[in-house]
Design a protein around this ligand. Structure first.
Ligand code: C2O
Ligand code: CU
Length: 502
């Protein structure tokens, strides 16, 4: 149980979440007194936890999760209405505005939403379509929409120096061609930690009608998130600021597409469903497993992977996506998609299992299905013309933790300049005691020779991950992009940099 709660939404209750330029410029006065939650769940760890990590400072414990009983419902998400009758254009209206969510039955929570829903409406297009989004900002502060993973023209990226911040009441038309099939998402990149935490995120799906068909009975979009609530009222909880600055904000209630977790949906043994999963949480890592069923990974950040892979567990860090086929194996049984413990900081912390979705199979006899052996051909990127080392670090001075790229915090990280039409290899060397999900805007990469396209990759603590980035030419590819840790609080505490592509 958290001891401290208040009922104002985060952006007004504590506004220390700006991008790093602002953050480091002096908005960092965070009151630490009285922040330690009285957390009985820590048991043997004792009080503040006594853990090291983050430069030797003790990390206060995570909030205890609210117990969520199993419930039955739907995974359906709302879609955005296409206003343009032509087949090659998807034209939608999107607005961001304050509203109310009901995560706990009968207990309203103040939230910020796209088109009045969390997640925002699913935007769906085919490869090659033009996507036009008429955006209106009805929030009390500036915002912008970033199209995470989408190879948009630089001026449409909604982030970084190229961004138009849209003032309250302002409008902006985002326009781009959907070049790649896959499961993408959109979220603000202005005060991102606060705005995304308040509920501003949605999914963009791009289909490739020519791709091999999967033998599925249906598909669901699962946007994973968590929210910190006062369990008795549904009002937003006040997080422990010391923990937030080290680990990012984590909630005490896991959300699946804007609903509390542990929802049961009907199924039949043997049949395959496609789950398109987005981790939209600021900081929570979801290590997914399907207990009592089979999970087959078929897609990654940038669409389908080359061959289906049966997966025992699948780590999805903030920003990453996975497309998985799920199946209950036996009639009359239940398969549970569960977040299983994963240690993202050293020394480790107590973690809990969270049941996210249950597939409840009828007694009908199992269905047989066969999958295509190859989903897509992915050609490995060639020899890099440039190799770079990017060191991920952290530094604590006094009560402030800063996250670093090559020893500096944004905006002091030297700008990387890359040439269009080249492949670069970046060695991401994590020297810190915690994992960092590394995200590059505007370009896909391949990890260590894996046959899949990524835009976000976890770099485990004290480990090195090598990625080859494809700076292939396309319209609007030149410009000032960015890369950063997708723990949004880490990005805002320095782990963000500019990438000039010319
Ligand atoms: Cu979802 Cu700059 O990222
Ligand atoms: Cu990080």
């Amino acid at each position: 149980m958290m001891t401290y709660f208040c009922d104002s939404p985060r952006p007004t209750s504590f506004c220390a979440h700006f991008f790093a330029a602002v953050m480091l410029g002096g908005a960092a006065a965070i009151g630490l007194a009285g922040c330690a939650p009285d957390n009985p769940g820590m048991g043997g760890m004792g009080g503040m936890g006594g853990m090291g990590g983050a430069g030797g400072m003790a990390i206060p414990p995570a909030p205890d999760m609210i117990a969520v009983p199993p419930w039955s419902g739907t995974l359906a998400t709302s879609g955005a209405a296409d206003k343009d009758p032509s087949a090659k254009v998807v034209e939608v209206d999107l607005n961001a505005a304050p509203g109310e969510a009901e995560y706990l039955p009968g207990k309203p929570t103040q939230a910020w939403m796209f088109n009045g829903t969390i997640p925002g409406p699913v935007i769906r297009a085919n490869v090659g379509d033009d996507v036009v989004v008429h955006f209106k900002n009805d929030l009390p502060e500036p915002t912008a929409i970033h199209w995470h993973g989408v190879r948009v023209p630089n001026a449409m990226d909604g982030a970084g120096p190229a961004t138009n911040e849209i003032p309250p009441g302002g409008t902006f038309d985002y326009q781009f061609t959907a070049l790649d099939a896959g499961t993408f998402w959109y979220h603000p990149h202005v005060k991102a930690s606060a705005q995304v935490d308040m509920g501003l995120y949605g999914v963009l799906i791009v289909d490739d009608p020519a791709a091999p068909k999967l033998p599925i009975v249906g598909e669901d979009i699962l946007v994973l998130d968590d929210v910190l609530l006062d369990p008795s009222t549904g009002a937003r909880g006040v997080p422990d600021e010391m923990r937030v600055q080290m680990m990012g904000i984590e909630g005490n209630l896991a959300l699946v597409s804007g609903r509390r977790s542990n929802v049961g949906v009907p199924a039949r043994a043997g049949e395959l469903r496609l789950f398109r999963i987005v981790n939209a949480a600021n900081a929570r890592f979801f290590r997914l497993a399907l207990a009592g069923g089979t999970m087959i990974r078929v897609g990654s950040d940038g669409g389908r992977i080359e061959k289906p892979e049966v997966a025992g567990a699948l780590l999805l860090t903030p920003g990453e996506r996975a497309e998985i086929l799920v199946r209950v194996d036996q009639p009359g049984t239940t398969a549970t998609l569960r977040a299983t413990p994963y240690q993202r900081v050293d020394p480790g912390e107590p973690t809990v299992e969270i049941d996210l979705v249950r597939l409840v199979a009828s007694a009908d006899p199992p269905v047989q299905t066969t999958l295509p052996a190859t989903l897509r051909t992915i050609v490995p990127l060639g020899e890099p013309t440039v190799t770079r080392t990017i060191k991920l670090g952290e530094e604590t001075s006094g009560m402030e933790t800063t996250f670093l790229l090559n020893g500096a915090a944004y905006p002091n990280v030297p700008i990387v300049t890359a040439k269009l039409g080249t492949v670069e290899e970046w060695s991401l060397v994590n020297e810190s005691d915690m994992d960092h999900p590394f995200h590059v805007h505007g370009f896909f990469f391949q990890k260590d020779g894996e046959r899949e396209w990524k835009d976000t990759v976890n770099v485990p603590r004290k480990a090195t991950v090598k990625v080859k980035i494809d700076f292939g030419t396309r319209e609007g590819a030149a410009g000032d992009w960015m890369y950063h840790c997708h723990i949004l609080e880490h990005a805002e505490r320095g782990m963000l940099a500019e990438l000039m592509v010319e």
